[in-house]
Write a protein that binds this ligand. Structure first.
Ligand SMILES: [Cu+2]
Length: 239
């Protein structure tokens, strides 16, 4: 058994993360230290903050898609992560995504028609303008936690939804409705569940050492509502 590696936190900070204002919470420091050690095949001998697995169950919706995350376990921007939401066959593909804040989403147009991708959600207000046929796509960095509804100003039937989570503590719910959030730091934690097009639901739990934590959640009803165009008017009203 090796000695506690206080030095690990310092080495991680030397990589430049110290400039990230989100880096100062103890949870994030520990998380970064643990990952630094794991990448090198080592283990932290002791952690100043105990980490516990939070597990639970929830009834899956018909879509089979649900995610769970911890809302208040550190705020951390992820760097260098990019995913794509394509415009293909007059739909977004995929039609939903869950990303950690800091993730870049690229929106390439694979169709032979114009699209105009936009969002008016508070955490992701953008308008990519007309994307030409074969456009490699503009991209948006999602830096604010929350749910972003994404639409096309040309085609009201196109929609995608993106859940932006604040930290690495998130997971997809398994087909049997179970989930485990690993290595959650101790304290009062807000566990949040999401399925596309439903309100977020949450429960508070106390995470403490020597005690397993389980939480049961009931998802909100999925309901894709009619939406307005990028100017806030009903589609077609100005043609
Ligand atoms: Cu479109």
């Amino acid at each position: 058994m090796s000695k506690p590696r206080d030095v690990v936190v310092v080495r991680v900070s030397e990589k430049g993360d110290r400039e990230d204002e989100h880096f100062h919470s103890p949870e994030v420091q520990i998380e970064a230290a643990r990952r630094w050690a794991r990448d090198r095949g080592e283990r932290l001998a002791a952690s100043p903050i105990p980490e516990i697995d939070v597990s639970g169950k929830l009834p899956l919706p018909e879509s089979g898609v649900a995610f769970v995350y911890v809302e208040n376990a550190g705020n951390r921007l992820v760097h260098g992560r990019t995913i794509e939401i394509r415009q293909s066959n007059q739909q977004f593909q995929p039609r939903w995504a869950v990303v950690q804040q800091g993730t870049e989403i690229r929106f390439p147009n694979l169709d032979s028609t114009y699209h105009n991708v936009f969002s008016t959600s508070p955490n992701a207000n953008f308008d990519l303008g007309l994307l030409r046929v074969g456009d490699p796509g503009k991209s948006v960095v999602f830096n604010q936690p929350g749910v972003a509804d994404i639409y096309c100003n040309q085609h009201p039937e196109m929609s995608a939804t993106v859940l932006v989570v604040p930290n690495p503590f998130f997971t997809q719910v398994a087909p049997d409705g179970s989930f485990t959030l690993s290595g959650v730091t101790g304290g009062r934690r807000k566990i949040v569940a999401w399925t596309p097009h439903a309100e977020l639901v949450s429960k508070w739990v106390t995470v403490e050492p020597g005690r397993s934590v389980s939480v049961s959640l009931e998802l909100g009803k999925s309901e894709e509502r009619a939406h307005l165009d990028k100017t806030g008017r009903p589609y077609g009203s100005y043609h």
